[in-house]
Design a binder for this molecule. Structure first.
Ligand code: FES
Length: 366
């Protein structure tokens, strides 16, 4: 983990102020945010301050940004010390941020770290020639091309100690270097080149519409004779029996309502017709059935008998009728009124008369 402390006082400049050009730029950044939200511009302003100061952020620059945004100094210091993209100590001409997070570590970042230790010494120090300084940072989001490092603004990927060493030599000597993968892969395609979607016809347009053309050719072959005969027959029929278009063709057909309550009310009649009112008052036409007298439930009979036995009397519940059977859901009316041979055989009701298929459904209480 990177050490996130401000540079020693001896290295801190006495003051910091944005150049007029950068002050103008900062003003534009701040104006992007609504009134009261100017603190949102803290990162771009810190970034610009770092750029102006040669690649690192002195304490005075942090305070100047805080004053510009009307923020407490400590709030801006918190931001600057959180993000490793802000260097808090002087850096070399080429600032190497080496990713040490797991994917890069698994792919050889440790060897790169050893190499930098060996070549430049401890992180956070500028090399004697002023060219390099380095720092181990967390994932920089290029894990698929691990291991990698950011040098100033650019990413260099698929590094080995040898490749990193050559890269540093070229940078120090001012020779052109290749940004991105150092082993020749394009973007993040597999090592050794693409191994899927390699058929050139996928990309040259020759496949577009090929299947449709094939079907059209087949249909034309099979149906040419039959299609011609059908077309000729339709033409003959149309000529012999011309059909005039209906007058309402293409227009919505509107049929006015003739007996609506609103119409009757508008005509000064009662909204509900007197006949309908009379029918509603007359209950004979109703489909609702009057409730049938209910027989005592078997449990009621059993309780009454037990109480009578204890008291030495007989209950006055009817004893010449079998206990009523609970109605089976879905049973036919015939099955529901079937009488068994005697009072002790209620469970055989279904055997005394053939029930409808639905009456064979399980009955509650049996
Ligand atoms: S782990 Fe190194 S870039 Fe993501």
């Amino acid at each position: 983990m990177a050490n996130r402390r401000l540079a020693p006082a001896a290295e801190q400049p006495a003051a910091f102020a944005f150049s007029s050009e950068n002050a103008e730029w900062a003003k534009g950044q701040i104006e992007k945010y609504p009134e009261g939200r100017q603190a949102s511009a803290v990162i771009p302003l810190l970034w610009k301050a770092q750029e102006q100061n040669g690649g690192w952020l002195p304490q005075k620059a942090i305070e100047a940004v805080a004053d510009e945004l009307g923020m407490p100094h400590i709030r801006v210091l918190e931001v600057a010390t959180f993000y490793t993209m802000f260097a808090l100590e002087p850096v070399g001409k080429f600032w190497i941020q080496l990713c040490g997070t797991v994917p890069c570590d698994s792919c050889g970042a440790r060897e790169l770290k050893d190499y930098l230790h060996h070549r430049l010494g401890a992180p956070g120090h500028v090399s004697a020639d002023g060219n390099f300084s380095w720092l181990e940072v967390e994932c920089l989001g290029a894990c698929c091309n691990a291991p990698m490092a950011q040098i100033n603004q650019d990413y260099y990927e698929d590094l080995t100690p040898d490749l990193l060493g050559k890269l540093m030599d070229d940078l120090a000597a001012g020779r052109p270097v290749k940004v991105g993968s150092q082993v020749g892969r394009t973007s993040s395609e597999p090592l050794g080149g693409a191994d899927t979607l390699t058929d050139a016809t996928l990309f040259d347009g020759s496949r577009v519409g090929a299947w449709r053309k094939r079907f059209e050719e087949k249909e034309a072959e099979e149906g040419s004779e039959q299609g011609k005969a059908e077309a000729a027959s339709s033409e003959r029929r149309a000529a012999a029996e011309p059909k005039p278009a209906r007058p309402d063709a293409g227009r919505a057909v509107e049929t006015p309502a003739t007996d609506a309550p609103a119409q009757r009310a508008a005509a000064g009649e009662t909204p509900v017709k007197p006949d309908d009112k009379a029918n509603a008052a007359d209950g004979t036409g109703s489909t609702a059935q009057p409730a049938a007298p209910t027989a005592p439930a078997p449990e009621t009979i059993a309780k009454a008998e037990a109480a009578g036995a204890e008291a030495g009397t007989q209950s006055d519940l009817p004893r010449n009728e079998p206990p009523p059977q609970p109605a089976a859901s879905g049973a036919s009316p015939d099955a529901a009124v079937t009488k068994p041979a005697g009072p002790k055989a209620p469970a055989k009701a279904s055997a005394t008369k053939a029930a409808t298929p639905r009456s064979s459904a399980p009955k509650k209480g049996n």
